[in-house]
Design a protein around this ligand. Sequence first.
Ligand SMILES: [Zn+2]
Length: 199
Amino acid sequence: MLSLLLPRRCVLCRSEGTGLCAACITTLIAAPEMAPPPGFDTCSSLLSYTGATKELIAALKFHNHRDAVGVLGFAMSQLVDASETLERPALTVTWAPTSANRKAKRGFDQSELLARAVAASLGLRACKLLRRVAGQAQTGHSRAERLLGPQFLATGRSPERVLLVDDVRTTGATLCAAADTLIESGTGSVHGLTLAVTL
Ligand SMILES: [Zn+2]
């Protein structure tokens, strides 16, 4: 791949060197600790969904910035490392998939890329455990419609302990729907990990 020969660029300011430069990292605001949504044993988020974080997530969502995904996946994995309640052994990493339509249009699923980056940093396997039932995409709908949340189906029997990765925790409806499906298909404990959280 010739793109491997190109210098890495910051997803926010496009300066060369790294997927997210030190100057831009200082503009991002860390997420506060929040109670997990129903169905979750724990749930951590890296960033508050404000200011430059919004720009960062839009860039990840609508363009494929793999260099930044690696940096962010590593930072998210540090939250797991820092957790006292979340032990790594026998933890399976998965993601709340975007709609097939969205994935086909963009050519990638940003939550899957983040989950795979987190899993790689933790030395764990990322597995597709959920399928999204065809329906409306989240972007561009009213809050009331988004609150209804998407529906998921399990791809098979789900493992005992799951780390569910998503890009943004908003109403929690997506995460809850995903956790419910995992629990119904055999998971005993669900841990959430999102790149950002809305306040
Ligand atoms: Zn930058």
